[in-house]
Structure formats: structure tokens, C-alpha cells
Design a protein around this ligand. Structure first.
Ligand code: PGA
Length: 255
């Protein structure tokens, strides 16, 4: 099945509201010209303004995290319905930095995933192993546990819009990118676990993105692999030249 490529930018804790709006505006032309879906994840403080700037453009906007309750006495949190009202269509869930620094677990990933789906938003769930886990030979066990934990009791029908981002922790922000083959092998394994849990049809349709030191010069090689359906980009998504370069690389990889 043909799976539409997604090029997404995780801005993390970077860029002011004005800088985010400027960058989003600077991505519109290449996003419009691209076959790929383009998504940016600004800080929670910027999503409303960036989404407003992206109205009627080919740039979609998401939040980097949500809480699983819709509203209430939860100081400091933001919810899926509020993200939707602010103009978001995507939610990033379970990024390794949230797992590492903010106590995210497979159980809370599952709760956030359910809340995202309940609000009618599209979830992008991040998984990935640490270097120690890979070196200990635990890659498959770690990925399998994370996928099954995230999915929980949700059905293939509920998860039609689910996107998985495979991000080896050792490749995030380090400049050490997984080789095309390492990434392809991990993606094929992720797809096999999805097939086991949700069935072959769901696995065939599911988009699995690679993340970890993606740059304009390595993107085409990664995106050319059969099970790599896009990229989740951190550092290189913060500058219009490099992010546009990756959007262009998606077109080069698909010909
Ligand atoms: P990086 O980050 O591209 O800077 O390695 C990727 C990510 O954390 O999503």
C-alpha cells in the first residue's frame, strides 16, 4: 500500500512565538509543492499563533504533549480538546525526552493516546531504545514493549490515524544518525509488531517515521527505504533552509 510521507519538525523548547510564526511561514511554499504531509510541533505557548499563521496552508500543526484529562484542576497542563481549539491537528506523544526527564511511561503514553483520539486529533507516538539497550541485545524487546504498552486495548479501527516515530535515543541530538539499514531493520520489526497486535492490514497502512539526527544530506537515503515513511526532525527543523531541504529530500526519495 502507498503510504503518504510525513515530514515533521519537533521544535522542542525552542523559538519564540514570533520566530515560530516566521519559520512556519517560510515552510509554506515547499510544503505546498511537496507530496509529503508537513507537520510542525511548536512549544505549547506558540501553537495557537503558528496554527493561525498556517490556516489554509499545507503546514499542519501539533502540540508536543497533552494531559489525558480534558479540563480541571491540573495546573500547568494542556489538554487535547484545548489543543484542537487552538488549531492543532496532531499530538506528539511519548518523546524520549519526556520519558527521560518527565516520567513518561508506556501507561501514560497510552492514556495520552486515548485522549488524543477522543478529541479527534492525530497521534504521533515515539518509541526507541537507548544505546545500552541496543548494545545489550534488547532492541526488539524494548520496541515491542513500548508499542504494546502504547496501544493497550485500543483497536485497529481506533488507531487508523496512529503514526509511530522510531527514534533511537542514541541518535537524538547527537549527530549520530542510524544507518539506513539499521533504521530499515528497526522499522520492519516495528511493522511486524503492529501486525501482531493490530493485524496485517493495519500494519501495512501504518506510517512509521524515523527520527534522530535527520539532516538534508541523509534524509533521502533514509526515506528511500521501504519501511521508512517519513521523518521526525529536531535540530534541523529549526532553520528554514535545513527543514525545507528535508522536505525536498522527501520528493527526491519518492521518485
Ligand atoms: P534531532 O531530534 O533531529 O535533533 O536528533 C529528533 C527528535 O528528538 O525528534
Amino acid at each position: 500500500m502507498a503510504r503518504r510521507t510525513i515530514i515533521s519538525g519537533n521544535w522542542k523548547l525552542n523559538l519564540s512565538v514570533a520566530e515560530g510564526v516566521d519559520l512556519a511561514n517560510a515552510l509554506k511554499d515547499s510544503a505546498a509543492a511537496s507530496e509529503a504531509e508537513v507537520v510542525v510541533f511548536p512549544t505549547a505557548l506558540s501553537v495557537a499563533c503558528v496554527a493561525d499563521a498556517c490556516t489554509d496552508s499545507a503546514v499542519a500543526v501539533g502540540v508536543q504533549n497533552i494531559y489525558w484529562e480534558d479540563a480541571g484542576a491540573f495546573t500547568g497542563e494542556a489538554s487535547a480538546p484545548l489543543a484542537k481549539a487552538a488549531g492543532c491537528s496532531w499530538v506528539l506523544i511519548g518523546h524520549s525526552e519526556r520519558r527521560q526527564y518527565f516520567g513518561e511511561t508506556d501507561e501514560t503514553v497510552n492514556k495520552r493516546l486515548q485522549a488524543t483520539l477522543n478529541a479527534g486529533l492525530k497521534p504521533m507516538v515515539c518509541i526507541g531504545e537507548t544505546l545500552a539497550e541496543r548494545e545489550a541485545g534488547n532492541l526488539e524487546e524494548v520496541l515491542s514493549t513500548q508499542i504494546k504498552g502504547a496501544i493497550g486495548d485500543l483497536s485497529a479501527d481506533q488507531l487508523k490515524e496512529l503514526v509511530i516515530a522510531y527514534e533511537p535515543v542514541w541518535a537524538i541530538g547527537t549527530g549520530v544518525v542510524a544507518t539506513d539499514e539499521q533504521a530499515q531493520d528497526a522499522h520492519a520489526f516495528v511493522r511486524s509488531v503492529v501486525a501482531e497486535v493490530l493485524g496485517a492490514e493495519a500494519a501495512d497502512a501504518m506510517r512509521i517515521l524515523y527520527g534522530g539526527s535527520v539532516k538534508p544530506d541523509n534524509a533521502a537515503g533514509l526515506l528511500g527505504k521501504p519501511d521508512i515513511d517519513g521523518a521526525l526532525v529536531g535540530g534541523a527543523s529549526l532553520k528554514q533552509d535545513s527543514f525545507n531541504g528535508i522536505i525536498d529530500a522527501a520528493a527526491a526519495a519518492s521518485v
